[in-house]
Design a protein around this ligand. Structure first.
Ligand code: IVH
Length: 711
């Protein structure tokens, strides 16, 4: 066998020859595998050929062949990475935008912990690096795995690529047996400029900003390409650990520094919110000369025991926040306003702009939110922008904050072209012509066409297959659009009958453009793999308004099984007008994180006959896995109903409730025959009396803390 030249070292001539060889070898391997049923190479070797082909094409896009093997699969190149489930989820951070927000952060932490204003409470403040997060797992001091954040639960395995980054130690001294180090991979400004210059020279792809360059470089299928890219890494935290690193965030960071990780030198310990903001301002002043992008300052509670008490909301820690720098701004011309129809029928106005660079990124589209926003009003009908409306042709101010979609902030009336007409928001769906209605209290106008509206149907399907939903490999937004257009798919249930309808000998699918025999059979296999689906994913995939990923998880955990949940929805649907009297409604509303608006949207989805029937058709093809119960091994309160009353002195009500729920208890607001335990602080009145009458066990706060201590 000839030695393989690393992709990054290939000359153009060599690359051309190599692509031809790969096209031939892959075609032969395919023929052996499918045609003769007699594979000559292993699956891994086959995958390696495909990966190398994709990597060469990525480096020399102009050399891609008409018969390129990459076009024979439905899946994007990124699917070449293995998946890794994080031992501890990788979360994101809540944001603060003002000094007031920072003070509120401190106040709510004190409230949660039951600390008064005089109790000392230290924080750390460090730059928020604008790169991508990476989790590095060390076992007995050796780097064994590196994973991107992905959706927070499952990331991509980029171990080989991470090994090429000089800032990432391969081996650690004095590390706990298991240590997951978390931090940010980024590219310095100078390295970014040099990389883009080199790419330009070689006719390769250039990157919009250092963060994209860092992400693109880390997520290379050929680690040799990553090696040639100057990536860096700052450690800022950790995931799973076999032993604590220290007692405080600052000491833990120092320990990571001593192990060989780069720790940001601008990290500082601060004792008051005012000191946090002062440090933020110092960092902001130095921002332009740091040599790498940052987009704010992260504040964390220093004491790790307090961090543990504070815990997490559904996707962000209570003990940390990102204080963001103000958004970046630019002015440009608004060429037109287009309307996009989303999966819930929302008509969303999109600004088409003369392209303009905002904070290093070229922006040509921005959101205009809704018709009131265009007219110069907010959701309550009050004027915004001094009441100035936005018209096609206007000179508008665009801003971007972090990752979010660019927005229009302002309009310059002195530059308004003569004869510019106020924008008339459509009253009909531009996609299906159905009436577009705006219900009382809804800021958004919606198409009333439901599933007859092609835009809604397609968007629902795209949502259904998206990453946090069914995540079917080989069936992405592009394929769903094609299949919908050709009448192969109309609703989610159709995905599970695709094979029966079109899979005959794979003839029909494999003859479609962009599909080959292997990709077709892979698709059917990927679909089959998802017939067994976790409850929360199924619920999220339905795309019910207001029911997002975090809420789906809470609901799944509450009901446990899909059947129990559906029965509860049926009961609630039967009592739409009298929710106060219906136990199913009250039970739904008792879930922490489920409010009235979400509950109504959920129940309505199940009450609506066409939607209900569509869900039933889908579920008929599935086995819905039971939601995991919270870890309550050894918990003396698992499954019990607990009531807190009186003054709690060592924790707030919120903390008490969160802790009890995490131990599998149900927390109720009033004492009844169903109550198992009353925790009564000083001043407990009628509830304690009632509990005594009913013979319910009553304990004080200290006894409660002893009961749950160490769990
Ligand atoms: S702490 C529980 N510290 O910001 C989450 N994050 O919005 C702990 N980031 O995905 C995150 N610099 O990639 C933390 N000094 C820093 C950071 C930082 C950048 C990123 C990180 C995370 C995102 C959160």
């Amino acid at each position: 066998m000839t030695e393989t030249i690393p992709v990054d070292a290939l000359t153009e001539g060599e690359a051309r020859v190599e692509l031809a060889r790969l096209a031939r070898d892959i075609a032969n391997a395919n023929a052996d595998y499918h045609g003769q049923d007699n594979p000559q190479i292993t699956d891994a070797a086959f995958d390696a050929l495909k990966l190398r082909n994709a990597a060469i094409e990525a480096r020399f896009p102009a050399l891609k062949r008409a018969d390129s093997p990459s076009d024979m699969v439905g899946a994007p190149v990124a699917d070449g990475f293995g998946k890794i489930t994080h031992a501890l989820r990788m979360l994101s951070l809540g944001n603060a935008f003002s000094t007031e927000d920072v003070e509120d952060f401190d106040t709510s932490i004190r409230k949660y912990l039951g600390f008064d204003a005089a109790t000392p409470l230290a924080y750390t403040a460090e730059p928020k690096i604008d790169g991508l997060s990476l989790s590095l797992r060390y076992e007995n001091g050796l780097l064994v795995q590196a994973a991107t954040r992905g959706d927070g639960e499952v990331g991509e395995n980029v171990t080989e690529n991470a090994r090429t980054i000089a800032d990432i130690p391969q081996q650690l001294q004095n590390a706990p047996e298991i240590l997951e180090v978390r931090g940010e991979v980024y590219m310095a400004h100078a390295d970014f400029a040099a990389l883009n210059a080199r790419q330009e020279e070689q006719g390769g792809k250039t990157f919009a900003n250092p963060r994209n360059a860092a992400a693109g470089s880390l997520r290379q299928l050929d680690a040799e390409i990553t090696r040639a890219r100057p990536l860096r890494f700052f450690a800022y935290g950790w995931g799973a650990l076999s032993a604590p690193l220290a007692d405080t965030q600052s000491a833990a960071l120092q320990r990571l520094g001593a192990m060989g990780f780069a720790i940001n030198p601008l990290t500082q310990r601060c004792l008051t919110p005012a000191a946090l903001v002062a440090h933020y301002q110092q960092i902001e002043q130095r921002r332009a000369t740091l040599g790498y992008d940052i987009d704010g300052v992260v504040y964390k509670v220093d004491d790790l025991a307090l961090q543990a008490r504070l815990g997490f909301r559904s996707s962000t820690p209570r003990w940390a926040i990102a204080h963001k720098f103000p958004a970046e701004l630019a002015w440009t011309r608004l060429e037109a306003i287009d309307i996009q129809v989303g999966r819930t029928g929302a008509l969303s106005p999109v600004a088409r702009l003369v392209p303009v660079t905002v904070g290093g990124v070229v922006v040509s589209n921005a959101t205009l939110h809704n018709e009131d926003y265009i007219a110069g009003r907010d959701a309550r009908g009050e004027t915004i922008r001094d009441g100035k409306d936005i018209r096609p042709g206007d000179w508008v101010q665009v801003y971007r904050a972090g990752d979010v979609i660019p927005k229009i902030a302002d309009v310059d009336l002195s530059k308004r072209p003569e004869g510019a007409q106020a924008y008339a928001f459509p009253r009909q769906c531009p996609e299906c012509g159905s009436a577009a209605v705006r219900e009382e209290g809804d800021a958004v106008r919606r198409c009333s066409g439901g599933m007859i509206c092609p835009a809604q149907a397609v968007e629902k399907l795209k949502h259904f297959v998206s990453r946090a939903a069914f995540d079917i490999e080989g069936l992405g937004a592009k394929q769903v659009e094609q299949f919908y257009r050709d009448g192969w798919l109309g609703e989610p249930a159709d995905i599970f009958t695709l094979k029966a309808r079109f899979g005959q000998g794979l003839q029909q699918l494999k003859n479609r453009e962009g599909w080959g025999e292997k990709s077709a059979s892979n698709l059917f296999q990927a679909i089959d793999e998802k017939r067994n689906i976790p409850f929360h994913r199924l619920l999220f995939s339905l795309g019910i308004r207001h029911v997002g990923e975090a809420a789906s998880a809470l609901i799944a955990r509450h009901y446990g099984t899909w059947d129990v949940f559906v029965a509860a929805m049926d009961q609630a649907a039967a009592a739409l007008d009298t929710p106060e009297d219906c136990p199913a409604w009250q039970d739904l509303l008792s879930i922490d994180g489920v409010g009235a608006v979400m509950a109504r949207s959920l129940v309505m989805a199940f009450a609506q006959p066409t939607e209900r029937a569509s869900i039933a058709r889908l579920v008929a093809h599935l086995q819905v896995a039971q939601a995991p119960r919270p870890k309550t091994d050894g918990s003396p309160v698992a499954g019990k109903t607990v009531v807190f009353t009186g003054t709690l002195e060592k924790m707030s009500r919120a903390e008490a409730k969160a802790r009890a729920e995490s131990l599998g208890a149900k927390v109720a607001g009033s004492v009844s025959a169903k109550t198992d335990l009353l925790v009564a602080g000083p001043g407990a009145g009628s509830k304690a009396k009632k509990a005594a009458e009913l013979g319910i066990e009553t304990i004080d706060e200290d006894a409660w803390l002893r009961l749950v201590q160490g769990l």
